[in-house]
Design a protein around this ligand. Structure first.
Ligand SMILES: *Cc1c(COP(=O)(O)O)cnc(C)c1O
Length: 235
C-alpha cells in the first residue's frame, strides 16, 4: 500500500466535504466550487498519486518548477493552474500550457501572454488578480485600475477573461478576510455589467480562509497546506 497516496486522497476528500458544507450553508451547490490543489514545492509524485485517485486540478507558482513537473507528468491529463506572480518576460513559457492563469495583474503581462497565445493559435483563459487591501508588497492590480485593464484585455482575441482572483493579507482569524472576498464579488459583478459579458469565476480562499471565501461566492479555491502538509523551503 502507498500510504502517502491514501493520505493525500483522504485529505482531498475531507477538504471537498468542508467545501460542500460551506457551499450548502450559503445556499450554493457544491458543484459550483472547484478545488485547485496547490502543489508548489511538493514532488511530482504527489500530483501523480492524486491524479490516480481522480483529482485533476493543480495550482503551481514557479515557472521552472512547473515546467519540470509538466514534463514528468506528460502522460497524465492534468488541469494546470498558474497562480503565482508572473514576470512578463516569462509569459511565453506559460501561455497555452495552463487551463487557467489566475494571476494576471498588468497590461504588459496580458500583452505578452496574448502575443504567445496568438503565435500558438490558442485562446488562453485568464483571471485578473486584484490587490484589494492595497498592500504594497503584494501582487495584483489596484482596484482603481481594474476596469481599465479589463477593457484592454477584452480587446485581445486570444485571451479570454473569465473572472477575478485575490489573495487577502494574512489574518489569524479567517472571518477577517471575509470583507476582502465580498469586495471581490462586488467588483466582479460591476465589471460584468461594464464589459457586458459573464465573468463566472472568483478564485479566492486558501487553507486558512476557504470557508468564508466559499460563503462569499468563490468558484475556485486554492488549497495547499491542508492537502499536502507544510511546504519545504524554496531552494
Ligand atoms: C501557495 C498559495 C496558495 C496555497 O496556500 P495554502 O495556505 O498552502 O493553502 C494559494 N494561493 C496562492 C496564490 C499561493 O501562492
Amino acid at each position: 500500500m502507498n500510504t502517502r497516496k491514501n493520505e493525500l486522497a483522504d485529505a482531498v476528500a475531507q477538504v471537498k466535504e468542508d467545501l460542500a458544507e460551506a457551499a450548502k450553508k450559503a445556499g450554493r451547490t457544491p458543484d459550483d466550487v472547484s478545488l485547485v490543489a496547490v502543489s508548489k514545492l511538493h514532488p511530482a509524485s504527489d500530483i501523480r498519486d492524486l491524479v490516480e485517485s481522480g483529482h485533476m486540478d493543480f495550482g503551481e507558482n514557479y515557472v521552472q518548477e512547473v515546467q519540470k513537473k509538466q514534463e514528468t507528468l506528460a502522460d497524465l491529463d492534468v488541469n494546470w493552474h498558474f497562480i503565482g506572480g508572473l514576470q512578463s518576460n516569462k509569459a511565453k513559457f506559460v501561455a497555452g500550457k495552463f487551463a487557467l492563469i489566475h494571476s494576471v495583474d498588468s497590461l504588459k503581462l496580458a500583452q505578452a501572454l496574448h502575443k504567445k497565445a496568438v503565435s500558438l493559435d490558442v485562446v488562453q483563459d485568464i483571471l485578473l488578480q486584484v490587490n484589494i487591501a492595497e498592500e504594497t508588497q503584494k501582487s495584483g492590480i489596484a482596484v482603481d485600475s481594474l476596469q481599465e485593464l479589463a477593457d484592454e484585455v477584452m480587446k485581445m482575441d486570444n485571451i479570454r477573461l473569465v473572472g477575478l482572483m485575490t489573495m487577502p493579507p494574512f489574518f489569524n482569524e479567517p472571518e477577517l478576510a471575509r470583507p476582502v472576498f465580498s469586495r471581490l464579488r462586488e467588483l466582479r459583478d460591476g465589471l460584468e455589467t461594464h464589459v457586458g459579458r459573464p465573468l463566472p469565476h472568483l478564485s479566492m480562499g486558501m487553507t486558512g480562509d476557504f470557508i468564508p471565501a466559499v460563503e462569499e461566492g468563490a468558484t475556485l479555491v486554492r488549497i495547499g497546506t491542508r492537502i499536502f502538509g507544510a511546504r519545504p523551503p524554496r531552494g
